[in-house]
Design a protein around this ligand. Structure first.
Ligand code: GLP
Length: 242
């Protein structure tokens, strides 16, 4: 089932999301957390850093798996998602970096690397809580519209819409990849719990399609309708088309 939580603003959404991760870490110190990039989760990560500094939670025994990465940007590149995660969370909490995983951007053989990434998730015992954002076209991770609803971690081409949406992170002359490695929709659905955050008017259409539209690969996030424990946390603006 999908549980829909509508809050006043982005701050409340971040705090609600942080509460879910706090409860998970308190219940099980060795939790396996699925993490996401984009601007939406930044406030949640800041709240987790604050709680970690205050001694309320620890990441010492946690393992993490990120949803996606740009193909060809290694972790030292400021636009890579590995770099983003280090900057936004890992460098500021008591996590063991060796237990943080981001899909490999620089693998010699991306196809076997994708299978290995799936294998690492299984070996860790599966993901307890997977954090998600949503693209304006309904993508989750980099599962763009038309992605298979049972897909696994693989190389995906980005749509023009997504490249344009993310162009704001790149300098004018900077190389912006058109390829990514992303967990599949099937991989995401295997997480025991899924938490999707969306804020702002520009996500309202995608949120409407995800929740009230048909289950369809045209809106990858609609696949969450099939999940038994999906929590959709949105602000009033993102809920405005429901
Ligand atoms: C990117 C990421 C997604 C993210 C989406 C929305 O394409 N691959 O995981 O959910 O952007 O990002 P934002 O939160 O910045 O709107």
């Amino acid at each position: 089932t999908m549980q829909i939580v509508i809050l006043n603003d982005a701050n409340e959404v971040a705090a609600y999301g942080a509460d879910i991760f706090t409860q998970q870490l308190k219940k099980k110190a060795e939790s396996v957390l699925g993490l996401a990039t984009g601007s939406t989760p930044v406030a949640l990560y800041q709240e987790l850093i604050r709680r970690n500094e205050a001694g309320e939670i620890s990441f010492k025994d946690a393992t993490t798996f990120n949803l996606d990465e740009y193909l060809g940007l290694d972790g030292s590149h400021p636009q890579s998602y590995r770099y983003f995660m280090n900057e936004q969370l890992f460098n500021h909490v008591d996590i063991d970096k060796d237990k943080t995983h981001v899909p490999p951007s620089d693998a010699k053989n991306p196809i076997t690397a994708c299978q290995e990434y799936e294998g690492h998730i299984v070996a860790a015992g599966g993901i307890d809580v997977q954090l998600l954002g949503i693209g304006r076209n309904g993508h989750i991770g980099f599962n763009e519209p038309s992605s298979g609803l049972t897909s696994r971690t693989r190389v995906k081409t980005l749509t023009k819409a997504t490249i344009d949406d993310n162009a704001r992170f790149f300098k004018e002359d900077e190389y912006q990849p058109h390829l990514s490695i992303t967990m599949g929709i099937g991989t995401i659905l295997d997480a025991k719990k899924v938490v999707l955050l969306a804020t702002g008017e520009n996500k309202a259409e995608a949120v409407h399609a995800m929740i009230e539209g048909p289950l369809t690969a045209a809106c990858p996030a609609s696949a969450l309708q099939m999940h038994r424990d999906a929590v959709i946390v949105i602000d009033k603006a993102a809920a405005s088309k429901l």
